[in-house]
Ligand binder design. Structure first.
Ligand code: XLS
Ligand code: CA
Ligand code: CA
Length: 439
């Protein structure tokens, strides 16, 4: 049984191609800065958007049919989604997928044991179907925000019983990560936050989230999970305030509880902009803190204040993101398209066009970021800008040789410092344009 008969295998044809089912920039075997494009860009399919989401929103029912010929909510449908997902990934040359537990099986509303049995059945099926292919799981996670039991949070719930259900789901999620050979297990704190401090014990909630992370880390290591745990920051939505606000906040939290060795960041572009940052900023924070894990590739709508999860098509942003990633030596994880087709883009063809657009936009970003690095003008400007720290007083301060009194005595002797020099922002921005639009 195949689902996408009218879509051919998508291949690289180059930028002059007008074939809508061809890559214009993503050329998997092309070598850039010593690695192939497919090594630089381990793409992943997000099960929830691609295989599940049907365009439903607060104002209307679904516009896309994701039944794959089955009755939704059945295990037959769950298996059809596996078949369709593998066919979809194969046609695009995507090697990874990511999922929440309830994306791959229908949750039994009354018995977690039955949900877990279904998870065993479907993960067996995934293993069987991916055998002999190079398709693998990038990361697993659990939906600990949709079920009404999580209305007050999961790890941060006021209810210890609810905490145990979150723990039970995460335990199964980590076991599934081991079973499927995933590189990571993700915690996105969907409802780990608050609406009002009038009813909230913030200290207890944060300590309990750390407790959940610690229990999961210890259990994972005990059962042989060697991958990373990721925290995916997001400042708001669904909660008014979420504890994992941004990368800096999440990294500080992990360090406070001694979790920084086992955890890295999963940075989502749209969450960065909701936090008032650029994706480039969040990636730089990860890079300088040795926390670069994985990326949820998407983009938001700058005029809206919510999480639109659009496919990344803005080359300027992907170029600057790839610049950070290249300079940090690459990702430990990959690029998971946590992106969904717009509600009126409701055909199977649109799913392919969307992934082709996203993959090409990241590939073009990679090409341009490598060109910026090879061009060298930006790097050499930054190096020169900080050159006062390489020798003399700067070197002495950095090495610890200079005390506060030494700094003050030096200033007293100098009387007045020289102008620190132009930041040259417009000159640098024009270099980016020059590289981007150089034919
Ligand atoms: C929601 C998040 C979510 C995580 C996984 O905003 O992006 O989908 O990636 O739970
Ligand atoms: Ca995400
Ligand atoms: Ca999102």
């Amino acid at each position: 049984m195949s689902y996408f008969d009218n879509v051919p295998v998508v291949k690289f044809e180059g930028r002059d191609s007008k074939n809508p089912f061809a890559f214009k920039y993503y050329d998997p075997k092309r070598v850039i800065l010593g690695k192939t494009m497919e090594e630089h860009l381990p793409f992943a399919m997000a099960w929830w958007h691609n295989m599940c989401a049907n365009g439903v929103d607060m104002f209307g029912v679904g516009t896309a049919d994701k039944s794959f010929g089955c009755v939704p909510g059945t295990m037959e449908h769950a298996r059809a989604k596996v078949d369709a997902g593998i066919e979809f990934m194969s046609k695009l040359g995507i090697k990874y997928f990511c999922f929440h537990d309830v994306d791959i099986v229908p949750e039994d509303p009354d018995d977690i044991n039955e949900t877990n049995r279904r998870l065993d059945e479907i993960t067996d099926y995934i293993l069987e179907k991916t055998k002999g292919t190079d398709i693998r799981c990038l990361w697993t996670t659990c939906n600990m925000f949709g079920n009404p039991r999580y209305m007050n949070g999961a790890g941060s719930s006021n209810s210890a019983d609810v905490f145990c259900f979150a723990a039970a789901q995460a335990k199964k999620g980590i076991e599934n990560a081991v079973k499927l050979g995933a590189k990571a297990y993700v915690f996105w704190g969907g409802r780990e936050g608050y609406e009002t401090l009038l009813n909230t014990d913030m200290k207890l909630e944060e300590e309990n989230i750390a407790k959940l992370f610690t229990l999961c880390r210890d259990y994972g290591r005990k059962i042989g999970f060697t991958g990373d745990f990721y925290v995916e920051p997001k400042p708001k939505e669904p909660m008014k305030h979420q504890y994992d606000f941004d990368a800096a906040t999440a990294i500080g939290f992990l360090r406070k509880y001694g979790l920084e060795k086992d955890f890295k960041m999963n940075i989502e572009a749209n969450h960065a902009t909701l936090a008032g940052h650029t994706l480039q900023h969040e990636l730089r924070v990860c890079a300088v803190n040795d926390m670069m894990g994985s990326v949820d590739a998407n983009q938001g709508a700058m005029l809206l204040g919510w999480d639109t999860d659009q496919f990344p098509t803005n080359v300027y942003d992907t170029t600057l993101a790839m610049y950070e990633i290249l300079k940090a030596g690459g990702l430990r994880g990959g690029f998971n398209f946590d992106s969904k087709c717009r509600r009126p883009s409701n055909t199977f063809e649109d799913m392919f066009y969307s992934y082709i657009a996203g993959m090409d936009t990241l590939a073009l970003g990679l090409i341009k970021a490598a060109e910026i690095i090879e061009d060298g003008r930006i790097d050499s400007f930054v190096k020169e800008r900080y050159s006062s720290w390489e020798t003399g007083v700067g070197a002495k301060i950095r090495s610890g040789e200079f005390t506060l009194e030494d700094c003050a005595a030096y200033a007293a002797e100098l009387k007045k410092p020289e102008n620190p020099g132009s930041g040259r922002q417009e000159y640098l921005e024009n270099i980016v344009n020059n590289v981007l639009f150089h034919s």
